[in-house]
Design a protein around this ligand. Structure first.
Ligand code: FRU
Length: 493
């Protein structure tokens, strides 16, 4: 980041130039994290969809690599996944040198293998650790009859009890997840459909089926992640999830919201406007799913004022599955590898009590990029919080607040910089919940054009982009109509 590229994130993945959206083909291989992603090599808005590629050792510092698979007139490369084919079951590598196999969506153009507009699943492989990719000759490997224009987003997981791969895909505009199985990654047989529960929204996209251990027990459950657009909890694009069982054929969600229930009854991975298409890193170490998500929303992503790049990934997260009071719930935290980097710096701390007013935290907390741990003890106050990236007179800024009576955590970006690029850039996002001990604990990852607020140890997350003035770096806490005790810890990044 610099005054001439003021919204370039410091600790989030971006491409040096041009448009990016969904993360694709996330895989951990030979000690390196690979992120591929929907990328336009020729422009700063969606189009010419190709797979860009970046690598990282620690999930914070990324190095951009050459484009892995480039769009052509006959085929764009939409979202998909990568697995390491350890036993060379596909035959696309060798026993000595097992291939990386990508399953992706072919979106056909002129003179493609299928009619223009059709979408089907294809395979590609790499025998040099992910640097170069060859398309499989028999593509597509999976097509629907009749051919469909919204059949996409393959994500593959290994199903040990049956010793086969399971692929989730969507027929996006029919709000259906379709499951298939294969023993060689090239021939796929239909297993079942998953539909009719949870928020329906417009399109269903980028599904994933994950097996997870239940925290503090030996039980395991299956989790379905699903992106929907529009119809997310914060408007536009959003991500919901379902917890249940998978018997090798069918995924059965338990305690899922009815399709016509209020959106609040569905389970959401994030309550902000900018978390979409997240999927997990295949083979990630550490035993917990590590998720990378796109920090964008189709409502306005094409109009955000950044140049020559547009689009960033959220901080990699790890998921934990816990038994909540009524049903199983996911908790999100910053992925361990990234956390280690972000927590490395020296911590600055300040404890203070504010009554009916605000207090500037001073230059120690004036970093554009910082990891803040904030604890609020609301005492007599009605509402309290923190104002970040504000002007010297504190008349603007990103406002994160908690209101006691309603138990509402709110992230308000309505007066936090440039926002006139789209009428759909929604002003604020919120989630309700009541801390058991009355103390609100927020872990806030602030970067130059985004904030990720992890509330109460990751019970809820709010991820939002915003575009503040470069020289607005103020940070203040405030307490309204009463007294609040604050403990603020921050590490500049
Ligand atoms: C989700 C999505 C996917 C598709 C890709 C195209 O954001 O629409 O369904 O594969 O983006 O770029």
């Amino acid at each position: 980041p610099s005054a001439s590229d003021p919204w370039r994130p410091a600790v989030h993945l971006t491409a040096e130039k041009n448009w990016l959206n969904d993360p694709n083909g996330l895989v951990y291989h030979d000690g390196t994290y690979h992120a591929f992603y929907q990328y336009n090599p020729r422009g700063n808005s969606w189009g010419n969809m190709s797979w860009g590629h970046s690598t990282s050792k620690d999930l914070v510092h990324w190095e951009q690599q050459p484009v892995a698979m480039e769009a052509s007139v006959d085929e764009e490369i939409f979202s998909g996944c990568i697995v390491v084919d350890t036993n060379n079951a596909s035959g696309l590598g060798s026993a000595q040198n097992p291939p990386l196999v990508a399953l992706y969506t072919s979106a056909y153009g002129k003179n493609g293998a299928l009619p223009q507009g059709a979408q089907a699943q294809s395979a590609a492989y790499s025998t040099d650790g992910g640097t170069t990719w060859q398309k499989h000759r028999g593509n597509p490997v999976l097509n629907l009859e009749p051919t469909n224009n919204n059949f996409r987003d393959p994500k593959v997981t290994w199903y040990e009890p049956g010793r086969y791969w399971v692929m989730t895909t969507v027929v996006a505009d029919a709000q259906v997840v379709k499951l298939f199985k294969s023993t060689d990654l090239l021939h796929w047989d239909f297993l079942s459909d998953f539909s009719g529960v949870g928020a329906q929204g417009g399109l269903w996209e980028v599904p994933e089926l994950l097996q997870m251990s239940v925290e503090g027990s030996t039980a395991r459950k299956w989790v379905m992640l699903l992106s929907i657009n529009p119809g997310g909890i914060a408007g536009g694009s959003g991500m919901q999830y379902f917890v249940g069982e998978f018997d090798g054929t069918r995924f059965m969600a338990e305690d899922a919201a009815a399709p016509d229930a209020p959106l609040q009854e569905s389970q959401w991975l994030d309550y902000g406007a900018d978390y979409y298409a997240a999927n997990s890193v295949s083979g990630a170490p550490g035993g917990k799913p590590v998720l990378l998500g796109w920090m964008g929303n189709w409502d306005y992503a094409q109009h955000v004022p950044t140049t020559p790049w547009r689009g960033a990934m959220a901080i990699p997260r790890e998921l934990t599955l816990v038994r909540g009071e009524e049903r199983f719930e996911l908790r999100s935290g910053i992925a361990a590898a990234a956390r280690e980097v972000l927590e490395r710096g020296e911590e600055t701390s300040k404890d203070l009590t504010v009554s009916s007013g605000s207090e500037d935290l001073g230059t120690d907390f004036a970093a554009r990029t910082q990891l803040i741990d904030l604890e609020l003890d609301l005492g007599t106050a009605r509402e309290a919080g923190i104002l970040l990236r504000h002007s010297p007179d504190a008349q603007d800024g990103l406002r994160i607040s908690y209101e006691k009576d309603s138990g509402t955590l709110k992230v308000d970006r309505s007066n936090a910089g440039t926002s006139n690029f789209s009428e759909k850039f929604s002003p604020y996002h919120q989630v309700t919940g009541r801390p058991a001990d009355g103390k609100v604990r927020l872990r806030i990852l602030l970067d130059t054009s985004s904030v990720e607020v992890f509330a109460q140890d990751g019970q809820a997350v709010v991820t939002d982009t915003f575009f503040p003035d470069w020289d607005h770096v103020g940070a203040s806490v405030f307490s309204m109509e009463g007294e609040t005790a604050f403990a603020v810890r921050s590490r500049a990044l």
